[in-house]
Design a protein around this ligand. Structure first.
Ligand code: CA
Length: 232
């Protein structure tokens, strides 16, 4: 699985990122200081780095500049996190060698999409755009879903919901976790909205089919059924 290094001194944000990346199956390491990350990156390299701009020890921009000057990290994909209104700095950041930047506050699904897109470009061998289980297939790149080869048309929320569940088969997500992961943590949506969209998703993917890939776990939430591949 792809390895991601998060260099961020805001602990709650670092934890939120870690949680979401791990839920997608990435191996995650975090670092709170720029100078520590610099030392850490001399040992071995992750597949991608999420780098905050303002860091104790060594700024993100200086760290990025150093990485680009060393052959082992010259091509390491870097997504820079910047605060709002740092437009000038953003330009400087890209000039320093960051591959992409995301302005805080950002939505988690958006950042996850950037991470996937960047890994697909930089390391196609470590990330596959196709999620497959049994007769169900979801292509993250083309946004196509098929069941038994037949194309299924999903709304954008149902697509993200299915994608989110399929990346962690068997894992039960509460409605709150699904709201965070699919809708974004800064969006206020009623938890019942999750039920409505799960209902729509089921209707679309189960038409004419006996086996439901989504499990409702009473009192807990929803999961992608890890027995589905065998049952379908
Ligand atoms: Ca910071």
């Amino acid at each position: 699985m792809p390895k991601v290094l998060i260099v961020e001194d805001e602990e709650p944000l670092a934890m939120l990122l870690r949680y979401n990346l791990e839920a997608e199956g990435y191996t995650v390491e975090t670092c709170m200081r720029g100078d520590e990350a610099d030392i850490r990156l001399r040992e071995d390299q992750p597949d991608l780095m999420i780098l905050d701009w303002m860091l104790p020890g060594l700024s993100g921009i200086e760290l990025c500049r150093r990485l680009r000057s060393r052959s082992e990290t010259e091509r390491l994909p870097v997504i820079m996190l910047t605060a709002r209104g740092e437009e000038q700095e953003r330009i400087r950041g890209l000039a320093t060698g960051a591959d992409d930047y995301v302005v805080k506050p950002f939505s988690i699904p958006e950042l996850m999409a950037r991470v996937r897109a960047m890994l697909r470009r930089a390391k196609p061998e470590v990330v596959s755009s196709l999620l497959r289980s049994g007769d169900l297939e979801l292509d993250r790149e083309t946004h196509r879903v098929r069941r038994s080869g037949r194309e299924i048309h999903l709304g954008p929320t149902e697509f993200r919901l299915l994608e989110f569940l399929m990346t962690s088969p068997g894992r039960v997500f509460s409605r709150e976790q699904l709201l965070d992961g699919v809708w974004g943590h800064d969006v206020y949506v009623d938890e019942r909205t999750v039920d409505v969209h799960v209902g729509r998703l089921r209707k679309a993917i189960n038409r004419g089919k006996a086996v439901d890939p989504i499990r409702t776990v009473r009192g807990a939430g929803y999961a992608f059924n890890d027995q589905f591949a065998a049952a379908s």
